[in-house]
Structure formats: structure tokens, C-alpha cells
Write a new protein. Structure first.
Length: 113
């Protein structure tokens, strides 16, 4: 049986983890509404990291190909390596799907040699 103190500690740890994940996503230029759940943030971070792994395996430079900020802010070296921007009001699941689609396109655009 857990105590109220243990429940509070666990809640605080989950909240701190969510804040850290949100900060990591924002540093990558991902728009967040603040209404995302902890599990949504974890799923989104996983999708972004998978996208980045494909970009790096295909020779992309994340600092050049995924400029943070609004569209047009930076000039990607290769548009196939550009992380899609989250649309206003877009559900996390829909955005994750678009990231997966973009990862597949990047993978096809630059097949292994």
C-alpha cells in the first residue's frame, strides 16, 4: 500500500519528467500547446528521435536540416530531412503520423548505399 507522500513523490517525478521532455521537444522546434499528457510527450519524443536517427544515418546534419523556429526561418540543406512543423490544434497522434511519414520519405529519398 502506498502512502500519500509516496503518491505525491511519484506525481512530482512524473511532472518533472514531462517538463524535461517538453523542453527537449521545444529545443528541437516542436510546437506544444501545454495540454499534452506525459505519455503523449514520450510518444512524440520517440517519433522525433526516430526521425533524427534516419536523418543522421542518411548523412543529414540536424543543425542544418532541422532548423528550429517557424517555417522559412532556416534553409535546410535537404528538404527531405526537415522535421515537419506541428500545425496549430493538431492532435499529437496525427502529428506523430506525419513525422513517421516524413521519416519514411527521408529514408526512401536517400537509400543506403
Amino acid at each position: 500500500m502506498t502512502t500519500n507522500a509516496q503518491d505525491g513523490d511519484e506525481h512530482g517525478e512524473r511532472a518533472a519528467a514531462a517538463v524535461e521532455i517538453a523542453a527537449r521537444l521545444r529545443r528541437r522546434g516542436v510546437r506544444l500547446s501545454g495540454a499534452e499528457t506525459g505519455s503523449e510527450l514520450v510518444d512524440l519524443l520517440d517519433a522525433v528521435e526516430q526521425f533524427e536517427e534516419i536523418v543522421e544515418r542518411r548523412g543529414g546534419d540536424l543543425m542544418v536540416d532541422e532548423p528550429p523556429g517557424p517555417p522559412g526561418h532556416g534553409q535546410p540543406d535537404d528538404a527531405a530531412f526537415l522535421l515537419p512543423e506541428r500545425r496549430r490544434g493538431e492532435a499529437i497522434g496525427d502529428y506523430i503520423g506525419r513525422i513517421a511519414d516524413a521519416a519514411a520519405r527521408a529514408d526512401r529519398a536517400h537509400p543506403r548505399g
